[in-house]
Design a binder for this molecule. Structure first.
Ligand code: ADP
Length: 276
């Protein structure tokens, strides 16, 4: 079963060749049932990671407007204990943020040991929107791919598990979602004329995404492109990859917690046997 497209180091990326619609051979109902199971496993793993406090996880969500970043994040958070998980949303930088290097505002949002930090947009905006709109000269954004790789290497060297999702939707699906927002009262707050303007730059964004995926997908911090036209599949695929990223650490965390438990018991026994 295929739940997304992991970009290999130095792989050439052509987004038009990666499907936006997929179902891994499952019906919607089967997909929901599988998601419940995966969600439970994800919750367990997140709790173990929190208790063991040896690693942390950074989950990056990128995608065009309406790709479903908010929806995917809400679903993901429904599976993990909120105590250990937080979201950072990256908007147009403030004057103070712009007065610093582009990673300044990002680094302080990375997760501490045991925690999960979810990025709704990220440092990749600095090679996406910034590149498409020429917000800084080329010689500035061109160096950022290396800066990003070095930054993410620092994170993974510091025991942060980094997973990056690009939610991939079709142009038609985006149009439907933008039009639907106009009809739905509870989604009207999301309406923005800017979304239609950005849509005119569809190909420029595709190019910018392709370069970011090609240049910033090392083994330690891979990009995964998720077919996101079907919302249930998008959420299932995200859960699948997060479980896959965390599961290899399960034994290590369980052993460490067991050792901690034994140490605490021994300390307690020693305390009790000491004459008062
Ligand atoms: P969202 O679309 O994420 O729900 P907004 O409508 O507030 O939230 O959009 C945030 C905007 O901030 C996006 O248009 C995004 O491209 C922009 N943005 C984020 N980071 C940067 C950046 N580093 N430089 C310029 N614009 C940015």
């Amino acid at each position: 079963m295929k739940f997304g497209y992991r970009i290999e180091p130095d792989q050439k990326v052509d987004l038009s060749k990666i499907p936006t619609k997929a179902d891994a051979g499952l019906s919607h109902e089967e997909g929901e049932a599988k998601l419940e199971d995966l969600g439970r496993e994800l919750g367990e793993l997140a709790e173990l990671m929190y208790a063991a406090s040896m690693h942390s996880m950074l989950v990056v969500f990128q995608g065009r407007d309406t790709a479903g970043k908010d929806g995917a994040i809400n679903r993901l958070l429904s599976f993990v204990n909120v105590q250990g998980a937080q979201v950072s949303s990256f908007k147009v930088p403030s004057p103070k943020e712009l007065a610093h290097d582009f990673l300044w505002r990002v680094h302080s949002e990375t997760p501490g040991k045991g925690g999960i930090q979810v990025f709704n947009r990220s440092h990749y905006e600095d090679v996406l929107v910034v590149r498409v709109h020429k917000l800084v000269p080329e010689e500035v954004w061109e160096k950022r791919y290396d800066h990003i790789n070095a930054f993410e290497k620092l994170l993974t060297d510091s025991n942060t598990i980094v997973v990056k999702f690009m939610l991939h939707i079709s142009k038609d699906e985006q149009e439907e979602r933008l039009l639907a927002r106009e009809q739905e009262v509870d989604k009207a707050w999301k309406l923005a004329v800017g979304d239609w303007k950005e849509r005119e730059l569809w190909d420029e964004y595709a190019k910018a995404y392709e370069v970011a995926l090609e240049r910033c997908s090392p083994k330690n911090a891979p990009w995964i492109v998720i077919p996101a036209d079907k919302k249930w599949f998008r959420d299932l695929a995200v859960a699948h990859h997060l479980v896959e990223a965390l599961a290899p650490y399960r034994d290590q965390w369980e052993k460490s917690l067991q050792a901690l438990g034994e140490k605490a018991k021994a300390e307690l026994a020693a305390y009790r046997s000491t004459p008062k």
